[in-house]
Ligand binder design. Sequence first.
Ligand code: CDP
Length: 211
Amino acid sequence: MIIAIDGPEASGKGTIAKLIAQKYGLRHLDSGLLYRLTGVALIDQDFADDAAFKQAAIASAQQITATDLDNPPAQARTMAGGVMASKVAVIPQVRDILTSIQQNIAKQKPGAVIDGRDIGTIVFPNAEFKFWVTASLKTRASRRLAEYTAKGKSDTLADVTAAIEERDHRDSSRAAAPMKKATDAHLIDTSKLSIDGVVEAMSAYIDAKLA
Ligand code: CDP
């Protein structure tokens, strides 16, 4: 069983995916972490040009294995980690490598809940369940700010809002597997819902379809 949960930055999809995976006894796969791990290796490096960056990104993706997901470096979850993830994510060869890793992990029984940007459209277009999870920019920015603040970072609401807008734009405008709602995905707006409320809404949809 595959449950695809896609959506923009800080829409809450990661938290929800983890809870839904626990509830249905499935594995949780955070596909964004694969892009973050690929990108983190390139932070603080200088590249002569775009071609050199692309080559380094492909080499970095080739090094990634499923076990790297278990102990990610703290930098992977920072704002810089997210920006670099979205920069390597525009490279088709990087996407191909990371898509295969996702497909290999998720096809193992009993299946998985995968959160990302292109799960319902490209990685698992035939997933049994597809969700598009979103929230207003204001809600997403305050959630992300709270996360960074809890980790001792000094980013401001304005920094976080601008970074979200920039990443959303890069993710939705890229040519390779752009972020978009699959036509058959069930939309859930988490702006005014608690985490439990989102889990309930999703479970009701899943259970109705399973019945
Ligand atoms: O948690 P958050 O919503 O901030 O992002 P993430 O899921 O960790 O993804 C980080 C970045 O990786 C995204 O902004 C995308 O550029 C890229 N990504 C992607 O292209 N395709 C995916 N399936 C997942 C992430």
